[in-house]
Design a protein around this ligand. Structure first.
Ligand code: BTN
Length: 325
């Protein structure tokens, strides 16, 4: 069956192309092309149709380019990349990445997709993933020592992503523990870490990163928290391929060294960006809720929570933190 992207990649916002020509080049019927155009329109991509001329896009469309992404990486980062997948549609890039062969120690693989039909957020949430609007990126990184220092990976990744976004001209960013990137009071990006392989042997972490780049309001109905995209936060029309290269360039050297370097050297920088610093927060663990004051992050990457009983370290992915009313 013809995938709608085979039609979409032949459309631009300048030239018209007839339904017959699209049918001929794809070796399908006009009815199939019509169905693909309907699917494209249902994704929120506006298509202009003029009788006698054919179809063209109403607005330019920036699709991910594997070639541009790889060309913009320095040799030392590009050479470590074993596999790069730039998909049109997938259930979840993390799920796809977890099913791939593990790269050898010191190398990595990358999965990107224009859309996800079952994008995964933390704590079982859905990650809303409309076509060509945002960034859905997964990096498979083998761990030298199974599970070693996995707790510090999360805040370090958040810090590096924030620094990368800042360097691209996005102001006023903060990190909400453990690893959400916020702009003002709205979520801009999230990270989902998943371990794959054998915890006692060969194992890797799948680093899943979702960044809202230009998220249409029409697609955001299912988002259950305040959100923002790069376009709104900065006014920038971000080239997503360039963003991927810049991210990989920032994250890969960190992944290669964090097990030796540790988090201590980055803790001060992290705390300068702490969205929750000195706020009253509620930590939910299963049925238990603890109210306290957020006092930054420990050298092991845990949230430091001050309560009447002193300061305690909060670890673990099932912990949720909410600003109290
Ligand atoms: C969060 O809840 O904050 C984490 C969101 C992580 C979303 C990204 S998008 C790419 C990767 N694939 C997924 O299915 N999820 C992560």
């Amino acid at each position: 069956m013809l995938h709608f992207s085979e039609v979409l990649t032949r459309l631009d916002h300048v030239h018209y192309i007839s339904g017959q020509e699209l049918a001929d080049v794809n070796n399908v019927t006009r009815a199939t092309i019509h169905n693909c155009i309907q699917k494209i329109a249902a994704l929120g991509i506006e298509v202009d149709r003029v009788r006698g001329l054919g179809y063209r896009l109403k607005h330019p469309l920036d699709l991910l380019s594997k070639k541009d992404i790889l060309n913009n990486l320095p040799d030392c980062v590009r050479n470590g990349c074993v596999e790069t997948h730039c998909l049109q549609e997938v259930d979840s890039t993390n799920k796809f990445a977890a099913s791939m062969d593990l790269p050898g120690v010191g190398s990595y693989s990358v999965v990107l997709s224009e859309m996800q039909t079952a994008g995964k957020g933390r704590r079982g949430r859905e990650w809303v993933s409309p076509y060509a609007a945002n960034l859905y990126l997964s990096i498979v990184w083998p761990l030298q020592r199974p599970l070693h220092e996995a707790g510090i990976l999360s805040p370090m990744l958040a810090l590096k992503i924030l620094q990368c976004l800042e360097s691209l001209g996005i102001p006023d960013l903060g990190i909400k523990w453990p690893n959400d990137i916020y702009w003002q009071d709205k979520k801009l990006a999230g990270i989902l870490l998943e371990l794959v392989g054998d915890a006692a042997g060969e194992c890797a972490v799948v680093v899943g990163i979702g960044i809202n780049v230009n998220l249409p309001n029409s697609a955001a109905d299912n988002i259950d928290q305040p959100w923002v995209d790069i376009k709104t936060a900065s006014g920038l029309n971000m080239d997503r391929s360039e963003l991927v290269s810049k991210l990989l360039n920032k994250l890969l050297p960190m992944l290669a060294s964090y097990e030796h370097k540790g988090f201590a050297a980055y803790r001060k920088e992290w705390q300068e960006k702490d969205f929750l610093a000195d706020e009253t927060v509620v930590v939910t663990m299963g049925a238990n809720k603890t109210v306290g004051t957020a006092r930054g992050v420990s050298e092991r990457g845990a949230l430091l929570l001050e309560t009447n009983h002193g300061v305690q370290e909060i670890h673990g992915g099932e912990v949720s933190v909410r600003k109290s009313a």
